[in-house]
Design a protein. Structure first.
Length: 563
């Protein structure tokens, strides 16, 4: 008799580091992470990876994860962004309890730390302009040049820094820099700027401060003040790590440790908040929650589920090197999730009227339809069938090829959950050649679930009864960009690659009557069409559906073709 042996899932490199730390008893066995978004825009799918990692690690090791807003740049920060960020994190299923912090909570601490470094001769006030400082930094292969103000006496630096704090200088006139090593091979250690002057009202501290800490000065110290054990950042911050460590060691504060992982890069999109803001502000999309945007609010509006996004993040894993993820993998995870939960319904995108000539006028036959074949508890529903129905325009061809298994002259098909019908004739517009009406007969012995005819047909069509159909607006989405890497051509603006066909709006679509009471963001699978959800702008008098994703799973097909 064979013994069942559970296979322990492999660890990613971050988990390996944490487990080694736990074995060594570091940080008294604690695991404490944080998610530190800057509130200058909405979160996108790249942030979802960081959210899932930071909160997920805390959950796995029975630890804690803080939410800390990096609000050190008051000119670009808004309460709207803070509220949206919190909503997105909660939507993904994570909670920070009472651990909501802001870098601005520590402005006084950071100021006192700066005074400490000045007194120790490790920070100085520099009168050089930003351009002069940048020009003196050197290159990765050449050392920088020391500032002529680098050796100011401690007392003078303290006096000048106090005047900076009290608003005695104009913006850009003077900065505070750390005094480290202008010849260091790590360019971030070449006397980095710690404070700059900004006369901007802060959303939380108002006009209390006119000096604001840079990211590098605020980040590590905020981690230390919260006693974060594992500060998980994306790879672009790896070059910042020597400075992160220098500040913490020099100040003698809690030794938070930064670790870096590969960021998420997704094909056919951009994940720069600055560029996403351009798309919003310049009117290329309708807002941060436009369903074509890679923002979590846009994905939620389009019908993506929290489970599909978390599964996607789990599938791509945690790597040490950057790479580009195929959009098809994200869509594969969405289909897998929606397939389990989305109720099947009938929807006709581009209606073509069919008149069933031998079905009695005014009569209605109720047909039993399955709500979800993947869910045995989903049950069934009754849908009306009548003399006039709508089918998809592309489900009829005047002169169909041999392998066209839908409707054509003299051909038979089944209307799903209903009857087999046969095309007898059709009308078309003499001016355009467009088919306007199809005339069919039906076989009353072929009703689904009670078919006694013995007939077999290859085609099955979606439909809705014309008199009972509900008008709907359907919004069909394609890739926002027409190329896989919109930022790859350095000679062109990324907006030059926006796909002009990324949105198609159909206003004459028809859906089955039960959808009139559908709830906002409720998910459906339109049979043979794809997955849709109810847009927040929808109302009983005007139903609006967003197409979430099609039925064709390109990722699964690609995996099947692999040797």
């Amino acid at each position: 008799m064979s013994e069942h042996v559970a296979v322990k899932p492999s660890l990613n490199f971050i988990e390996e580091i944490i487990e080694e730390d736990l074995k060594k008893g570091k940080n008294e066995g604690r695991v404490h992470t944080r998610f530190p978004p800057e509130p200058n825009g909405f979160l996108h799918i790249g942030h979802a990876k960081s959210i899932c990692l930071n909160f997920g690690i805390a959950e796995k090791y029975n630890g804690l994860c803080n939410l800390r807003f990096d609000d050190t740049n008051p000119e670009k920060e808004e309460q709207e962004y803070i509220d949206a960020i919190k909503k997105d994190i909660q939507w993904l299923g994570f909670n920070w309890d009472d651990r909501e912090y802001y870098a601005s909570d520590y402005f006084h601490n950071l100021y006192e730390f700066a005074i400490q470094l000045i007194k120790e001769g490790k920070a100085y006030v520099d009168d050089q302009t930003a351009e002069e400082i940048a020009a003196s930094r050197g290159t990765p292969t050449e050392p920088g040049r020391e500032s002529p103000f680098r050796d100011r006496p401690v007392a003078e630096n303290l006096q000048l820094f106090e005047k900076m704090k009290n608003g005695k200088y104009d913006e850009g006139a003077i900065v505070l820099r750390a005094k480290i090593d202008m010849a260091s091979p790590h360019t971030y250690l070449r006397d980095p700027v710690m404070y700059r002057i900004k006369f901007a009202e802060h959303p939380r501290t108002g006009n209390q401060w006119c000096i604001y800490p840079t990211y590098d000065w605020a980040h590590g110290q905020s981690d230390a003040l919260e006693e974060i054990t594992h500060s998980l950042c994306t790879l672009e911050f790896k070059v910042h790590r020597p400075l992160y460590d220098w500040y913490i060691k020099t100040l003698g504060i809690f030794p938070s440790k930064q670790r870096e992982f590969a960021r998420l890069n997704l094909a056919y999109t951009v994940l720069s908040k600055r560029k996403l803001r351009q798309l919003v502000e310049e009117g290329y999309v309708s807002g941060w929650d436009d369903p074509r945007m890679p923002t979590l609010s846009g994905m939620r509006r389009r019908g993506y589920t929290p489970g599909s996004i978390k599964n996607f993040c789990d599938t791509i894993g945690v790597a040490r090197r950057d790479g580009v993820v195929d959009m098809a993998l994200l869509e594969h995870n969405i289909r897998n999730d929606l397939n389990k939960v989305a109720r099947r319904v009938m929807g006709v995108l581009r209606p073509l009227k069919v008149i069933i000539t031998n079905f009695p006028e005014g009569e209605v036959a109720m047909c039993t339809a399955i709500n979800n074949p993947e869910d045995e508890n989903a049950g069934t529903r009754e849908i009306p069938f009548a003399r006039e129905v709508y089918i998809e325009k592309n489900d009829f061809m005047e002169d169909p090829p041999k392998k066209f298994f839908r409707l054509g002259p003299g051909r038979e098909v089944r209307l799903k959950y209903a009857y087999i019908i046969k095309c007898e004739s059709y009308d078309k517009d003499p001016a355009t050649g467009e088919i306007t009406t199809v005339y069919c007969s039906y076989d009353p012995d072929t009703k689904s679930g009670a078919d006694t005819s013995g007939k077999k047909v290859k085609g099955t069509l979606s439909w809705v009864a014309a008199a009972h159909a509900v008008d709907a607006e359907l919004r069909l989405y394609d890739r926002l960009f027409s190329v896989e890497d919109p930022e790859g051509d350095k000679e062109k603006d990324f907006k030059a690659f926006i796909n002009p066909d990324s949105l198609e709006i159909l206003t004459g679509s028809k859906v089955e009557p039960g959808l009139r009471s559908a709830s906002v963001l409720e998910h459906f699978q339109f049979e043979r069409q794809g997955y849709f959800n109810v847009d927040p702008d929808s109302a009983p008098e005007k139903l609006i559906f967003n197409k979430t994703v099609g039925l064709r799973d390109n990722w699964a097909r690609m995996q099947q073709k692999k040797p």
